[in-house]
Design a protein around this ligand. Structure first.
Ligand SMILES: CC(C)(COP(=O)(O)OP(=O)(O)OC[C@H]1O[C@@H](n2cnc3c(N)ncnc32)[C@H](O)[C@@H]1OP(=O)(O)O)[C@@H](O)C(=O)NCCC(=O)NCCS
Length: 154
């Protein structure tokens, strides 16, 4: 992946709220999310507060230099698995950043929860996301209702 942009991840803060909401509500993110509905400012603010108080959920901002180029998140489920998700900022898409973000998220998750099964859920038609996770060692293990379940193979 040496030809890909270099990024760093840092935890998201309240100052990132507007960017995260804009990325969450952009049409492609909505089309690829389980609920396609736009998120309101109120619901987003409540979500940000919940995230800040939840040790089982982490949200990171991806930085290329000083520029915010996307976000990635990890959620520890009750079964001990950790689900990773990501969004590349709309104006940064198509630069092959997605697998760089996945790699960064996997490293963070392994540091937080070393023994967890790491997984992702991806809509069948989301080719860019599937390619990014596959490039990072994820394999499809299941398909349910148009949602593909991917696990990171050890
Ligand atoms: C999915 C998403 C993260 C991908 O990021 P991106 O910057 O657009 O994708 P990349 O440039 O990193 O490309 C990833 C791979 O998919 C390919 N690709 C990109 N767009 C594609 C498209 N529309 N159709 C098919 N392949 C595509 C790229 O060529 C690359 O493959 P390669 O490494 O073999 O060349 C981004 O589009 C996004 O944020 N979408 C909305 C939120 C979302 O869907 N998140 C994922 C939920 S699981």
């Amino acid at each position: 992946m040496s030809d890909r942009p270099a990024i760093t991840l840092r935890p998201a803060t309240a100052d990132d709220s507007e960017d995260l909401l804009a990325w969450r509500n952009d049409p492609l993110t909505r089309a690829n999310s389980r609920s396609g509905e736009p998120v309101t400012h109120e619901a987003h603010a409540a979500w940000m507060s919940r995230v800040a108080a939840d040790a089982n959920r982490h949200v990171w901002i991806a930085l290329e230099g000083e520029a915010k180029v996307g976000s990635t998140s990890a959620l520890l489920h009750e079964d001990g698995s950790v689900e990773i998700s990501l969004t590349v900022a709309p104006e940064e898409r198509g630069r092959r950043l997605a697998s760089v973000l996945v790699t960064g998220a996997v490293a963070e998750v392994k540091a937080l929860w070393p023994d967890a099964r790491i997984r992702s859920e991806i809509k069948e038609g989301n080719t860019a996301s599937r390619k990014a996770f596959e490039a990072c060692g994820f394999e499809q293990v299941e398909e349910r209702d148009g949602l593909l379940h991917y696990d990171l193979k050890s």
